[in-house]
Design a protein. Structure first.
Length: 135
């Protein structure tokens, strides 16, 4: 039997939880989120009496994020903050930019991705080209 933590739904739950945490102004290391998700899925599987692969679908990213945020807020006086949690500064200021300038930025990104793919760089470096390439 495959490890339930290596399945696509489990990894998707970890990624979605990280995204929800970012919307709440907190960045948490992936390993820490992974551990919390693994614990919650294991506890849910044991409580309901089902396999962990099936229990992944019972845990929501919002529930995991709630638990992580609550755990980071509650600490003893004088205790150090959790090392895996960092606040994220949300900058909601508006910037006035011309459409032409934004177009130049998009084209520069596409060109950089094209050169990266032609030079055999990693898929992460070539990703902008695949996104901005015409259909």
């Amino acid at each position: 039997m495959a490890d339930p933590q290596e399945t696509v739904p489990f990894r998707a739950l970890v990624a979605q939880t990280s995204a929800v945490l970012l919307t709440r102004g907190v960045e948490v290391e992936t390993a820490a989120v992974h551990g919390v998700v693994a614990h919650l899925v294991g506890a849910m599987a044991q409580r309901v009496g089902m396999d962990e692969e099936e229990a992944v679908h019972l845990v929501t990213p919002e529930a995991v994020a709630d638990i992580i945020v609550k755990a980071t807020a509650e600490r003893a006086p004088g205790a150090a903050p959790p090392h895996a949690v960092r606040p994220v500064r949300v900058d909601d200021r508006l910037v006035r930019v011309s459409v032409e300038s934004l177009g130049h930025l998009v084209m520069a990104t596409a060109q950089a991705g094209k050169y990266a793919s032609l030079n055999g760089d990693s898929p992460a470096a070539a990703h902008p080209w695949s996104v901005s390439a015409p259909a």
